[in-house]
Design a protein around this ligand. Structure first.
Ligand SMILES: Cc1ncc(COP(=O)(O)O)c(C=O)c1O
Length: 397
């Protein structure tokens, strides 16, 4: 069935703006992530969900193990809500949260914090100095998985850890081993240049070719280096997990023997930026509806709100996509507005004040920072409403 009449009917009694989650699409996307992971567990990236009841639904499905959180206060909250095995995948400088972690052995058992330097270890030590006795703090070492070529003149991938080579990882692992109060439990190496960069960008075949070459070379380099890093560290301690990848790289990442689990988040909602990968096709699951509030010209409508830009390098790819009805585009001088957004195109001729335009966010979880709840659509009815992080008053970032 055409999605637009279904969504319009299911939400007929709601007044936009509001956000929805299509549960059929969510389940199909989750099943496809599990298929792509080929038997390795998927750690769910909460930054790309930001809705606790939806995280609960996902964790109740087969194939998912553990959460990848984005801040320590978030992880503390999730652990208190009953979630287990939470990796905070980005270093923290939150002293109060570190003290809370070290003050509660149960939280310390469930949460792992990420470091990439002795400076991070010093910081944690300092933040928890007053706590005696202190449970061991679980540590994950972040390894740079970026791609470097031309003697360092070319680099692709996120600028994260400075730890790249096996010897560097082993040195930091040895430093962790010799400090009381820490336990090295995992490694993480996120290849953003593969997992987060679509290899099928629209209208740019030369760029597509360049991306594919870069990704092939990067994957080849990584399979060796990640394996060597894991070997070097494993000589010093028993690792519970080696995490890599993301939605865009799952089938590639799981091929590496050294990797024990993959991370994924965006693939559940399948936002706009994930339309441009050849290896998989998701179904848009998270949408938001904005009301038509005026008609400045026959082929132009104006909707309320809309300027929900995604993070990352600024540009048109970060704008929400006017999705349904198809054929609407932004006015070049205005884009997606702070309070109102004009949309042009033939499809505007059939829209009246009070009708909805359905949008997709460019990224996944950031949508939930704009809306207090997600209306859950199953088939052609709303079957429930789930508060987002924002709706629960949890604005972690
Ligand atoms: C450490 C880490 N792993 C995995 C991911 C992939 O997340 P997603 O599947 O939402 O793209 C990210 C995204 O930024 C990340 O930072």
């Amino acid at each position: 069935m055409d999605a637009r009449p279904r969504y319009d009917r299911a939400t007929a009694t709601l007044d936009p703006p509001f956000a929805v989650l299509d549960l059929d699409a969510l389940r199909a996307n989750a099943a496809d992530l599990v298929r792509r992971a080929g038997g390795k567990p998927i750690r769910v990236a909460t930054k790309s969900i930001r809705c606790r009841p939806v995280l609960e639904r996902i964790m109740a499905m087969d194939g998912f193990r553990g959460l990848m959180a984005f801040t320590l206060p978030e992880a503390l909250w999730l652990a208190r809500c009953g979630f287990a095995d939470i990796l905070v995948a980005y270093p923290t400088a939150d002293r109060a949260a570190l003290a809370t972690l070290a003050g509660d052995p149960r939280l310390a058992r469930e949460i792992t914090v990420t470091v990439d330097s002795a400076e991070h270890l010093d910081y944690v030590d300092d933040a928890v100095a007053a706590i005696h006795p202190r449970p061991e703090i679980r540590i994950c070492l972040d390894i740079d998985a970026g791609y470097v070529a031309l003697g360092g003149k070319f680099r692709a991938g996120a600028l994260r850890s400075s730890i790249r080579e096996p010897e560097e990882a082993a040195d930091l692992a040895a430093e962790i081993a010799k400090r009381p109060g820490f336990r090295l439990s995992g490694l993480m190496a996120y290849e953003a240049q593969i997992a987060g960069v679509g290899d099928d960008p629209p209208g740019n075949p030369a760029m597509a070719r360049a991306i594919r070459v870069m990704q092939r070379r990067s994957a080849r380099e990584l399979i060796l280096r990640r394996g060597r890093v894991v070997n070097a560290v494993s000589r010093l301690c028993d690792l519970d997990f080696v995490n890599g990848g993301g939605t865009g790289s799952i089938e590639r990442t799981v091929r590496e023997k050294a990797v024990t689990e993959v991370a994924a988040g965006s693939g559940f909602f399948h936002p706009r930026l994930f339309d441009f990968y050849r290896a998989f096709t998701g179904r848009p699951a998270a949408l938001f509806a904005l009301p038509v509030v005026r008609r400045p010209a026959p082929d132009t409508i104006t909707v309320l709100g809309g300027g929900y830009l995604a993070s990352g390098p600024p540009g048109p790819s970060r704008l929400p996509q006017p999705y349904l009805p198809p054929g609407l585009r932004y006015a070049p001088d205005e884009g997606a507005g702070e309070v109102q957004t004009p949309l042009l195109g033939e499809a505007a001729e059939d829209l009246r004040v009070g009708d909805r335009v359905w949008f997709r966010h460019a990224k996944a979880g950031e949508l939930c920072e704009r809306f207090a709840e997600l209306h859950l659509i199953d088939g052609d009815e709303v079957v429930g409403t789930a508060p987002t992080y924002r709706g629960e008053g949890k604005t972690f970032l």
